[in-house]
Design a protein around this ligand. Sequence first.
Ligand SMILES: [Zn+2]
Length: 409
Amino acid sequence: MAEIDVERLLRDFRELRAIGTYRTGVHRPSLRPDHVRSLHWLSGKLTEAGLTPEIDGIGNLLGRSPAPGRKLLAGSHLESQNYAGWLDGPLGVLYALEAARAVAADPSVAGSGVEVVAFCDEEGHFGHFLGSRSLAGQVSEAMIDEALCRTDGTPMREALAAAGFAGRPRIVLDPKRYIGFLEAHIEQGDWLEANRLKIGVVTSIVAIWQFRITIEGYQNHAGTTRMAIRKDAGVAAVRLLSAIEERFPQVCGPRTVWTTGRITLDPGAPSIIPGKAEVLFQIRDDDREVLDRLERTLGELVAAADRSGPCRLQVEAIRKSWPAVMAEPLQKAIEAAAEHHCPGLHTRMPSGAGHDAQVMAEILPASMMFVPSIGGISHHWTEDTAEEDIVLGARVYAEAAARMLRGDA
Ligand SMILES: [Zn+2]
């Protein structure tokens, strides 16, 4: 049985929370001084735990295990969104750290080890999963050259130099070294809480399909143009979105979500009828068939609006990711560990948010588990999880890691 030390675990959570504190959350953007401090803090903890830490040339931290036998890769990220919560990322890193210690002390998995990883920039300050994709061997030097901070435009190269990581080699993982990858995360939704459940066993990470809808009307004077002859691109956009709200619930899956993230009107002035509109529209689901159906429906609605006039409408897909399926044997191990520590209080569920585990799933059998988020709140400084749920999650995680290393579910 992999036993965690609750006092030690909660001390780690308190210490890490104190780095870059903002109200009850943290402000720890990628490669800024507080993120760098958190990496050095973790390096110290990994060394104490008997692992060998290395921070690489893109700010990834990997703690290697000296264990001669089977190894599990485990972790998440330490940086935060701007002025955001204290658990999004750190929870998965601190669980991995505690599991590494628990497994090292567990005779039933003697010779096995947990290697702890903190992926740089999961939150996308500089790009799209640059840290984990670099570990997977998918990031070129040119991609780093081009990366800029989305908040203040700082080049990633400059940020890496300021952090002291410039010129270091980048680690590329050897998939053969690991039996798999395990990431814990706060749910960031309220499914577990609303159903009084404690552990979510992630089945897959949803695909995100992004569309740009462009609407062409006719720009004109807001005071002198009669209503009957207007071609108002703004009105056409609103009509289309309301048609989507009506039609999508009839064809979506049980957990599909869709979002209009941005509507831009051109020229966007109070006394001018907008001549153009652009809508950024996103659909998330883990079922390819559902996504295909919704894309077809969207195309039909846009074509119908275009035919009925008076504006011209077009839609194009601008980004499509694929659902990342979590490895079944690893899901079973999490499920069995949850059944041991909180019988009946766990469920299988997809992840509606993107995570590094989806990148790891491309090179390794990957798995994820969720703990409840109070009120489903995340990406906000009030994000929190009850302490008893944090502790229970750590117990399930360590036991799941041991089961994975033993190869039993
Ligand atoms: Zn996260």
